[in-house]
Design a protein around this ligand. Structure first.
Ligand code: NDP
Ligand code: MG
Length: 386
């Protein structure tokens, strides 16, 4: 059967790798829709190669350029454009690979349209995990994880009733062996130089602060309905074990492989089938020879501890953590604040926030706007002081 697929964020790191997976499985997929943010050069190339029926871009001006180039195609723009793609009847699966909060609304919309979701956008679950998972259950929709750790757990978790712990691995990021003093001086290019993965800028910064691992803990809690007490994080610098599941009888089942996003992307797209797709290097136990494991340093990387705390508190606490962190990361990438200020700013906003339990979707977006504004104000007031 040919699966009809729509990709939100086809020009990003996950989006382009998903298209490579599709290239290797050409006869199994038909690309129905693609969406970009600002990269209209790349989405034009993708349009010529995959001939989608629908395209969406971020800005109206780019929409006009594309409309002139491809007058016969349905072209949309803005957040509305992403919702229009989530509304396409003729798709089997929606890959949500945009970064940031724009992923949430189209994911909800597609769930309500009973479309299965391949979810890379972890922000969706950090912002509104309870709502999204409840809706997925109500509409009988599968949320298939793309994030490598969650894909690993998804592949290992075949007996939910006997589950004891989830074990999420972390590479430790580029500052695993750095002192606090070195982190104080970290430059943007050092932060963006991740030892194992080549990803978008936002998630690469989060991997350096270990906030990414914190967001993944929250993501795992929602995806697999597991208490935070039963989620463990282990630093594993080689990143061969992508995560594991421990059962009550003492067995631990882990998913192992060479670090590559192609495998988790492909598994989400071909699930429940496993197929020979894109050529990947096999993991060689002998060559790997040594696997190391360490306890995360919660003091050096306070984001991880904060994520556990926010998750346990529940309600809009994790929304706050996500919004404050994201604004701080953007400010860092714009050169407005230092790397270590990301921790300080996120914590200050988080500490002064009162969580709303059982928020409505509207409240989620209102709170998100409010927290982002508070964070930006704090950053502007602190500039030069911190
Ligand atoms: P990138 O920054 O590489 O790509 C983001 C994509 O989203 C691009 O196509 C970008 O368009 C598009 N986009 C961004 N903002 C908007 C907007 N406002 N409207 C429409 N489109 C927009 O990110 P990644 O691919 O690295 O990550 C995507 C998601 O997947 C994130 O949520 C991340 O946490 C998650 N993830 C990523 C992993 C990875 O290995 N990269 C691993 C696990 C999870 P354009 O470039 O055209 O502007
Ligand atoms: Mg991950």
């Amino acid at each position: 059967m040919v699966k009809k697929i729509a990709i939100l964020g086809s020009t990003g790191s996950i989006g382009t790798q998903a298209l490579e997976v599709i290239d290797a499985l050409k006869d199994n997929f038909k690309v129905i829709a693609l969406s970009a943010g600002n990269n209209i050069e790349l989405i034009s190339k993708q349009t010529e190669k995959y001939n989608p029926e629908y395209i969406s871009v971020k800005n109206e001006s780019d929409y006009k350029i594309l409309k002139e180039k491809y007058p016969k195609k349905e072209i949309f723009y803005g957040e509305e454009g992403l919702l229009k793609i989530a509304d396409i009847r003729d798709i089997d699966i929606l890959l949500v690979a945009v970064s940031g909060k724009v992923g949430l609304k189209p994911t909800i919309q597609a769930i309500k349209n009973k479309k299965n979701i391949a979810l890379a956008n972890k922000e969706t679950l950090v912002m509104a995990g309870e709502t999204v998972m409840k809706l997925a259950k109500e509409y009988g929709v599968k949320i298939l994880p793309v994030d490598s750790e969650h894909s690993a757990i998804f592949q290992c978790l075949n007996n939910r009733k006997a589950l004891k712990n989830l074990i999420i691995t972390s590479s430790g990021g580029p500052f695993r062996n750095s002192s606090l003093e070195e982190m104080e001086k970290a430059k943007i290019n050092q932060v963006l130089n991740h030892p194992r993965w080549n990803m978008g800028k936002k998630i690469t910064v989060d991997s350096a602060t270990l906030m990414n691992k914190g967001l993944e803990v929250i993501e795992a809690h929602h995806l697999f309905d597991v208490d935070y007490e039963d989620i463990k994080v282990v630093v594993h610098p080689q990143s061969y074990i992508h995560s594991a599941v421990e059962y009550v009888d003492g067995s631990i089942i882990a998913q192992i492989g060479i670090p590559s996003m192609h495998i988790p992307i492909q598994y989400a797209l071909t699930y429940p089938e496993r197929v020979k797709g894109i050529e990947t290097e096999s993991f060689d136990f002998i060559k790997a020879s040594k696997l190391e494991f360490y306890e995360p340093d919660y003091e050096k990387f306070p984001s991880l501890a904060l994520a556990f705390e926010a998750g346990k508190k529940g309600g809009t606490s994790t929304l706050c953590l996500n919004a404050a962190n994201e604004e701080a990361v953007f400010a860092f990438l714009e050169g407005k604040i230092k790397f270590v200020d990301i921790f300080k700013i996120t914590k200050r906003i988080y500490d002064s926030y009162t969580s709303i339990i059982n928020p409505s979707i509207q409240q989620i977006f209102d709170e998100d706007d409010k927290i982002r504004k508070l964070t930006k104000d704090l950053i502007n007031n602190l500039q030069g002081v911190m």
